[in-house]
Design a protein around this ligand. Structure first.
Ligand SMILES: [Zn+2]
Ligand SMILES: [Zn+2]
Length: 244
């Protein structure tokens, strides 16, 4: 399966620049130091797939001239990943049938209370198991704090954001992955997000030859941070496109 992936946003939950922040990265004019909230757009098997509806979805949909979405996949219910759901309404008007929405039961529960009015515009596809296959992709579960998060694999491409605690079996799921997009917030990490050393250890264990970090905080300068990573590891940036 041929896959084209675009990182729509690679920033942590505040986005970069952060409001009112005068740190060197937020003040930087370097294009790769501008980061919208984390989401991705995948073209696989003739389908256009959105992973997470960040609060910046309207901006990126306009920027990249996104005209169609065939499937929406949600990793979890935190605001930086679902805040843009309401802004998907123009896509509902273009589609003559509801757009399939893939999510865990926990995510559905939260979405139902906040975006209940939108739910009949989607065809709800519950990801019921810890791991499984559905409609052309595999999914697997890990966590950040008390929240369950879902990762996705399309062919030889995998996307795991907001990861902190994971089952060993995840490495079995990642066998043969050629490009792995992996959440890592900054050098030190937090209770909710991988530090760079944690993400490097995870990346090495996955044996993926190319690992791209996303969900980066404003502590990370693109050039300096990139220079510190071992070979096979890169910092993602907004608009980054790759074919797998
Ligand atoms: Zn800053
Ligand atoms: Zn997040």
């Amino acid at each position: 399966m041929k896959i084209r992936a675009r990182l729509l946003g690679t920033g942590g939950s505040f986005g970069i620049p952060g409001i009112g922040c005068d740190c060197p990265v937020c003040l930087s004019t370097h294009k790769k130091n501008k980061r919208l909230r984390t989401s991705a757009f995948i073209e696989a098997g003739g389908k256009k797939i959105l992973i997470d509806a960040s609060p910046d979805i309207r901006q990126v949909a306009l920027l990249y001239k996104m005209d169609k979405i065939d499937q929406v996949l949600l990793s979890h219910f935190h605001e930086d990943h679902i805040g843009g759901l309401n802004d998907l309404r123009p896509f509902f008007m273009k589609n003559d049938k509801p757009i399939p929405l893939y999510l865990s039961e926990e995510t559905l529960r939260e979405i139902s209370s906040r975006f209940g009015y939108l739910l009949d515009r989607f065809e709800i596809k519950l990801l019921e198991d810890e791991t499984g296959s559905i409609d052309g992709f595999r999914y697997f579960t890990y966590s950040q704090g008390p929240t369950c998060v879902t990762g996705f694999r399309f062919g030889d491409f995998a996307y795991l954001t907001d990861i902190k605690v994971y089952p060993e079996a995840i490495f079995h799921e990642l066998k043969g992955v050629k490009i792995l997009v992996l959440g890592a917030i900054h050098e030190e990490g937090t209770g909710m997000h991988f530090s760079f050393p944690e993400a490097i250890e995870f990346g090495k264990r996955s044996k993926s030859p190319r690992i791209i970090f996303t969900h980066l905080a404003h502590e990370v300068d693109h050039e300096q941070g990139s220079a510190m990573l071992p070979s096979g590891f890169e910092l993602g940036y907004d608009g980054m496109v790759f074919d797998v």
